[in-house]
Design a protein around this ligand. Structure first.
Ligand SMILES: [Zn+2]
Length: 386
C-alpha cells in the first residue's frame, strides 16, 4: 500500500515538473541566460509553489481558480475562520451606517490578513516571499533556516490567507527566476511584452491595449493566457477568473488588511491606494512609514525620508488615478488595502550594482509581512452592533 502511494506521488511529481504547463522556458537567443547562482531559499518558480503546497500540513489549501492556461491558483489558509454573522453586503452595511451588518468584528474575533501574491508574472520576488511565509507558518523558519518565532506567534493569533501566485500563466511565460543584476530592458521585454516587430510595450504602454491581443510578439508576464492584467480588470464584471476568485476571498473573508505584491526597479515601497477613504489612506501611510523605518534600521534598501508620499484625496486633476484591484477589494470588504513594490534588483546597464541582493529581497518581503501583522494586531478597527 505504502509503496503504491509513493509510486503515485513520484508519478504525480514527474508529470508536474515535465508538463509544458510548468516547465522552465528559455530566454530568446541574444538575451542573457538565467543566473546560475540563485540560492535555494530564493523560491521563485511555479514548481517551488507546487512543492510548498504539497508540504502544507498546518494550513488548509484550496484551488480557488484555474487559469486560462489550465494552471491552478492556490490559496493557503491559516487560523480558523470566525463567524462574522454577516447579514448584508459591505456596500449596503455601510449605507446602513455600520459595517458590522456585513461583518461583526469584536475583540473575540481574529484579525484577518490577505496576501495576494504576484498578479504580474515577472514579479517573481513576491513568490519568494509567499513561499517563505508559508514555510514560516508551517515550521517557524524561512528557507535560509532563520527562525521567526515572533512572526510565527503573530500568525497563530490571526487568520491568514496566502495566494502564493495569482497569475501562474504569466509566471510560466517569464523565463527568468530572478532579475538581479539583469538590465531593466530584459524585465520590460518579458514583463510587459513586445509587439510583432519586437518593439517593447513597456510601462504604461502595456496597459493601452487590454485585453492584450492582436499585435503581440511576446505576450508579457503581466497578463494571463487570455491577455488579462488582473490589476486593471473590469471589477464590476471581471474578465479573469483569477480576479473573480480574489474578490470572492475579500468578500467572504472580510480581511482587516490586504496587500497586492508587486515589484519594480526602484526602492521597496508601499504605494498610496486610490479611491479608498482618507482614514484608510492615513493608516496605509502610517504602515508604509513603519515598514520603511524597519528597512532603514536593518540597513537595507529604503526610501529617503523626503521621498515619501503623503495621503491625498483624488481630485479633478487625478486623470491618471484608477480604481484598480486595490480599490475593488476595499469596496467589497472595507479592507485596508494597498500595493507593495519590491525591488527586482535589475540594473540600468551591466556595469551598475544592484541595490539589493538575494538575502535583501527575502528580508524586504518578510519584514513587510512582520510589520503588517504588528500593525493590524495593534491598530485593528472593530465593527460592532450597538
Ligand atoms: Zn506589478
Amino acid at each position: 500500500m505504502k509503496k503504491n502511494k509513493s509510486f503515485f506521488l513520484i508519478v504525480l511529481a514527474l508529470t508536474f515538473f515535465a508538463s509544458p504547463l510548468f516547465s522552465q522556458i528559455k530566454p530568446e537567443a541574444g538575451d542573457p541566460p538565467n543566473r546560475t547562482d540563485i540560492p535555494q531559499f530564493f523560491k521563485s518558480k511555479l514548481s517551488d509553489v507546487q512543492s510548498e503546497i504539497e508540504k502544507v500540513k498546518a494550513g488548509e489549501v484550496k484551488t480557488i481558480a484555474v487559469s486560462p492556461g489550465g494552471r491552478p491558483i492556490y490559496a493557503v489558509y491559516y487560523g480558523e475562520k470566525d463567524d462574522f454573522k454577516s447579514q448584508a453586503n459591505y456596500n449596503s452595511a455601510v449605507a446602513a451606517r455600520n459595517p458590522a451588518y456585513y461583518a461583526q468584528k469584536d475583540k473575540s474575533t481574529k484579525p484577518v490578513l490577505f496576501f495576494i501574491g504576484p498578479v504580474h508574472g515577472q514579479e517573481v520576488e513576491n513568490i519568494v516571499g509567499m513561499v517563505n511565509l508559508i514555510h514560516i507558518a508551517e515550521t517557524g523558519k524561512d528557507y535560509r533556516g532563520k527562525e521567526w518565532p515572533e512572526l510565527k506567534e503573530k500568525i497563530n493569533k490571526c487568520r491568514t490567507i496566502i495566494i502564493p501566485c495569482a497569475n501562474p500563466d504569466g509566471r510560466q511565460r517569464c523565463p527568468y527566476n530572478t532579475f538581479l543584476g539583469l538590465p531593466t530592458d530584459i524585465m520590460t521585454k518579458y514583463g510587459q511584452g513586445t509587439r510583432k516587430d519586437g518593439s517593447f510595450y513597456g510601462w504604461p504602454g502595456a496597459k493601452a491595449v487590454h485585453p492584450m491581443k492582436g499585435d503581440v510578439g511576446i505576450l508579457g508576464a503581466y497578463f494571463n493566457d487570455n491577455g488579462i492584467n488582473i490589476m486593471q480588470d473590469e471589477y464590476f464584471n471581471p474578465m479573469a477568473k483569477e480576479t473573480k476568485a480574489i474578490l470572492e476571498i475579500a468578500r467572504t473573508e472580510a480581511p482587516d488588511i490586504t496587500v497586492s505584491l508587486h515589484s519594480h526597479e526602484n526602492h521597496p515601497i508601499i504605494l498610496q491606494p486610490a479611491y479608498i477613504p482618507m482614514f484608510q489612506k492615513k493608516r496605509v501611510h502610517n504602515l508604509a512609514i513603519a515598514v520603511n523605518n524597519r528597512y532603514k534600521k536593518a540597513g537595507i534598501d529604503h526610501v529617503a525620508d523626503d521621498g515619501f508620499w503623503t495621503p491625498q484625496p483624488e481630485d479633478e486633476n487625478s486623470l491618471h488615478t484608477t480604481f484598480n484591484l486595490i480599490s475593488a477589494v476595499h469596496h467589497i470588504s472595507g479592507t485596508m488595502a494597498f500595493t507593495f513594490e519590491c525591488p527586482h534588483g535589475c540594473v540600468l546597464n551591466n556595469t551598475s550594482v544592484p541595490r539589493v541582493n538575494y538575502n535583501d529581497i527575502l528580508d524586504i518581503e518578510l519584514l513587510l509581512f512582520d510589520e503588517m501583522y504588528d500593525y493590524i494586531l495593534n491598530n485593528r478597527i472593530y465593527w460592532e452592533l450597538n
